[in-house]
Design a protein around this ligand. Structure first.
Ligand code: HGY
Ligand code: MN
Ligand code: MN
Ligand code: MN
Length: 399
């Protein structure tokens, strides 16, 4: 294991500085923008060094193949490079680095792929640049049409199509018709493994979740001359909505987060004309999730009426409950002697699970914190993750 520890550390030291913000220690890796482009170049370089041809599907997803592409349906693995703003180091890249090292492990044991093993780097998994999470995997499955994605714009107004640049036209490839299974390794993003003696777990399910935009319009006005009774202040309706989301989530043992807000005109001495907040809501069951969002929308609507503001609620993305392939999950849990656990975090695996047998491996995160610079994993656990992934790929694809 010490050799693997060393090889993990070498690769990790190469990518860890890329896109890391010196002040926060978090990562600013936006899809198809400079730091993430460097990681994509790193991926190509390391695939080339392993003799793994790299293809791009025109939607920005990268695929590196080990073995004869015509030898049968492939086993797909990998994850994403992009991060949330000031996100952690492991969320995404760990799955890609581990996949490359797992191929190395299998080669070192002189294993030969009976069917091709493809390592994927999916584009825009976090939705931090273009607003739609798992954009790359949803384009691959056809869940999102290429022309709808092409028009998505980032904060600077750059469209996804422009960001793709002169890559081949975003035709939906038929890759998935030639894939037998997908296995994504990912850092665990909660505390389920922290404090246990299990460095690796197998995923059973992903909670249903989605994103809703709450746009509140009121009357912009002067902070100094407008009496409180004369105001139609959208910030009031917004603030109440955040408190209602928090309360309704607690009542249902669900999760509600408003982590992003935009204010017009966003001036200290002006009553806002418009306040937009994005609700990220998640729950163990669909019905609970629907009840949560309906309750928050109803309370926000009532409050808007009182404040004299106009509220528009728009669902921007939805991920239904993902129940991973139970047979595959049990088989891998037995193979690895690993626990099985659900997660509230979305993943490309959650998108692909609707289209092919899919599994996830989680690597222990001692802090249990994610989407933050405090996200963590020890080298030993990461090496254990590589060993587990190699074992799974050997079981599914090698002789
Ligand atoms: O938001 C999520 O759950 C994932 O990390 N993109
Ligand atoms: Mn994430
Ligand atoms: Mn992720
Ligand atoms: Mn993911």
């Amino acid at each position: 294991m010490s050799d693997l520890l060393h090889r993990f550390r070498v690769l990790w030291d190469e990518i860890a500085p890329v896109g890391r913000d010196a002040d926060s220690g978090g990562y600013l890796r936006y899809a198809l923008a400079e730091p993430e482009l460097r990681l994509r170049a790193w991926f190509r370089e390391h695939a080339d060094a392993r003799g793994m041809p790299v293809t791009e599907d025109g939607n920005g997803n990268l695929f590196a193949t080990w073995g004869d592409p015509d030898a049968g349906d492939a086993v797909l693995t990998g994850s994403h490079f992009d991060s949330v703003p000031h996100g952690g180091a492991y969320d995404g890249p760990l799955g890609i680095v581990s996949a490359l090292l797992a191929v190395d492990e299998l080669r070192a044991r002189d294993r030969k792929p009976l069917r091709p093993i493809i390592v994927a780097a999916f584009v825009e998994e976090e939705g931090a640049r273009f607003g739609v999470p798992c954009l790359g995997s949803r384009l691959l499955t056809g869940e999102i049409a290429v022309d709808r994605a092409a028009g998505l714009r980032d904060a600077a107004g750059v469209s996804f199509a422009e960001a793709l640049g002169d890559r081949p036209a975003g035709a939906r490839t038929d890759l998935l018709s030639r894939v037998a299974a997908f296995v994504e390794l990912h850092v665990e993003q909660g505390r389920a493994l922290a404090g246990t003696d299990a460095p690796v777990a197998v995923a059973s399910a992903i909670w249903p979740h989605g994103r809703w935009r709450f746009e509140v319009r009121g009357e912009g006005n002067h902070a100094g001359t407008t009496r409180m009774g004369d105001r139609r202040d959208p910030m009031l309706t917004y603030a109440f909505t955040v408190l209602a989301a928090n309360k309704e989530a607690r009542l249902r043992d669900a999760h509600a987060t408003v982590g992003r807000v935009s204010v017009q005109p966003n001036a200290t001495n002006a009553v806002p004309s418009r306040v937009t907040g994005w609700l990220d809501a998640r729950a163990a069951e669909e019905e609970t999730l629907r009840g949560l969002v309906d309750a928050v929308a109803a309370k926000a609507t009532e409050r808007a009426r009182r404040d004299g503001t106009e509220l528009t609620v728009t669902q921007e993305s939805a991920t239904p409950l993902v129940a991973f392939d139970g047979g595959l999950a049990d088989r891998l849990a037995r193979l690895l002697d690993a626990p099985v656990l659900p997660t509230g975090a979305g993943h490309d695996a959650g998108v692909l699970a609707a289209h092919l047998p899919t599994a996830m491996l989680f690597v222990r995160n001692p802090t249990g914190v994610s989407h933050s610079p405090a996200e963590s994993a020890t080298d030993a656990d990461c090496a254990a993750g590589v060993t587990a992934l190699a074992r799974v790929l050997e079981e599914l694809a090698c002789r």
